[in-house]
Every structure is written in C-alpha cells, then in structure tokens.
Design a protein around this ligand. Sequence first.
Ligand SMILES: *Cc1c(COP(=O)(O)O)cnc(C)c1O
Length: 399
Amino acid sequence: MYDLVAELPDDELPAYVYDLPGLRGHVRTIRAALPDRVELLYAAKANSDPLVLRTLAGHVHGFEVASGGELDHVRATVPGAPVAFGGPGKTPQELSRALDAGAERLHVESEHELRLLAALLGDRTVDVLLRVNLPVDVGRVALAMGGGPFGMDPAQLDRCLEVMEPVPGIRLRGLHFHLASGLQAQPHLLLVDKVLAWAGSWARDRGVDLREVNVGGGMGVDYTHPPRVFDWPALGAGLRRILARHPHLTLRIEPGRSVTAYCGWYVTQVLDLKSSRGHAFAVLRGGTHHLRTPAAKQHDQPFEVIPDETWPRPWKRPEVRDEPVTLVGQLCTPKDVLASRIMIERLRVGDRVAFAMAGAYAWNISHHTFLMHPHPTFHHFDDDAGEPVAGDTYVRQMS
Ligand SMILES: *Cc1c(COP(=O)(O)O)cnc(C)c1O
C-alpha cells in the first residue's frame, strides 16, 4: 500500500486508494467470528464502489440497499446476490422495482408503506420484515436512530398484521431493528438481547411465527484509535449465547461502516503552509468536498505523512517541525478541516498526506461539485493472493 501511494504520479492526486486484500481479510475475520445462525448483510450506502461490492460478494450473505438507485446498482454490480430493501420514504416506483427485481427482503417502515406494497403486489410474493422503533435506552452512542422517523412504534404493528391478513403474497418473516450507531460489542450485545426478548414475547402474544430478526448495523468504528477495531469475536461469542435462548431464529446484521471504513485511503499533498495568528495550517489539494467524513462526524481524520523529497523550486521549501498543524482543504470555508492541531514532526510543501479510514461514508457522502475542483482519481490495490489480513495490520502498513 505504502509503495502504491508513494508511486502515484502527482497529477493523479488527490486519489482514493482501496486496499481490496485488506477488505477481503477483514470481512473473512468478521464472518469467521459469527455463529452459523447469524447472516451478514453489507449496508451498501456506506460505500457502493463496484470493486468494493464485488470483493465483499461471496463473503457476505447479501446486501442491504436503501433506495431504488442502490437496488439497481447492486443488482447490476453483483448479479444474483440477495438484496434486502430498507429505508424510509420508499416511493411507489421503488417498491414496484423491488418487486420486479425479486428483492429477497423488504423492510417495511410504516402501515402506509405496507398498504402501498399490498396494492402493488398483484400475484407476486414478497418476504417482509416490519421495522420497529423500539423505545429502548441505547446509552451514549454516536447516533441514536430510535425515536426518529425510522420504522414504526410497536403499537402500529398490530395494524400491520391486520393489513397483511387478507394478502397471502406478503409473507411476514420477522422484525427489523436498527436502533443505534457507534456501539462497541458489549453494549451492542445488551441491545440485541433486549430486542430479541421483546420480539420473542411480541410474537408469542400475537401467534406470529417469528423466523428472522434483523438487528441492523452500527458496529462502532474508533477514528481516534484506528487499530482498535470492533471486537467481532466478542460479538460472535455473545450472539451465540443469546441465540441459544432463541432456538428457531435466524439473526441478521447489516453493518456498513465497520466493514469498509478501514479499506479506503484519501491521498493528497500539501499545497501551502502558513502560520496564522500563531497556528500552523497546511492547505491540502482537495478537502472535505472529497472526504466529508471528518466534517460530518466532527472528528480528526487519522493520517500518515509520506515525505516527498523532490523540490523543484529555487526558494527555500516551506516546512513546519514539531508543532501542532491543522490540515485543511481548498474550500473557501472555515469548515473545510480534515484534522485539527495535530502534533507533526515535519511537514513540507509537496509532502503527501494519506488519510486513513476513508473507506466508508467518505467520497459518497461528500459535496463533490462545491467549488468545481477536479474529482479525485480512484485506484484499487489487489494482489489477488486473497491472503487474510488481520483487521489492524493494514492500518499500520502505511507507516
Ligand atoms: C445506515 C444503516 C445501516 C448501516 O449502518 P452502519 O453504521 O454503517 O453500520 C444498517 N441498517 C440501516 C437500516 C441503516 O440505515
């Protein structure tokens, strides 16, 4: 990876570089940690880069999509892979497309959406999960999804059962939950335990044959300590214990960020260095219109400095040494900050900076057209050996 990044010609920068062997190793590690009765879907909205999706196919049970656009893209990119269609505000056209495309699951968000589905169904069949907005305490998390516009209050489930009763083509397989984002393994297990206990008793009360529960994604990613990856073995062991109490249930999870965050790098270079009222700023080619993650999550994006020894100018090369530097982009806004006041040994104009953990909610959530800079180039590193790489080693490969 390091060589690849160092060898990229200047005119290819900024660049997104994807480490596909690292991704392959990582998803294998995740799969190996999960018990048999846990199916792994990848939430395509985290990063739907075609080669990323193709690398994951075969290692995941399927893909979760949240729009008609993602549905078409995943169908075209990984033909035949099972697709679960979720997300709020599905249009009648999207529901029809999902039925035509034979989506393996539909995650129904409301009674109205269920009625739309019934009206569009014709003589087809569809397997659905009802998405529940269960009022549970998820503690302090990066992003609480419960209590918002996602899914339905438990009281509305009974209305849905009535709507489905005369429509045999709609087959209720179970319930869907995605209640929090950014949880580590132990709090995540507590949440799953509560959710399954609730789902089990709801199904018993109503005489519903509960086959499947999808507990969503949201496995935590720690941007302040890249090597500290989510503890998949602990999650797997905990799920095995929990599932022993639910002998007939298949559990599904649909993480996005924790699967692909580590495989992507945003590589750029220092255009200018300045000191403003006592603080050092490095202005980088590109910025948060390419990598919005640090602005969206209000964090410092982890990075490595890759020294570049070429200096073609006749004047002294601007440089900072052993001081805190704020790394900004080319946008004319004070919000264009990628990392703030990070102690750096040495940084010079022309040095490269490779931002790590840029494989999820990075390029695809960024406002690319703002200021009309050229788009980054995209590179996929694949040694094709397919050797597993431990979850943390490819973060360190850069240094
Ligand atoms: C976004 C989303 C996910 C993935 O969340 P991550 O935090 O990326 O793991 C899974 N399920 C649903 C319903 C989502 O909206």
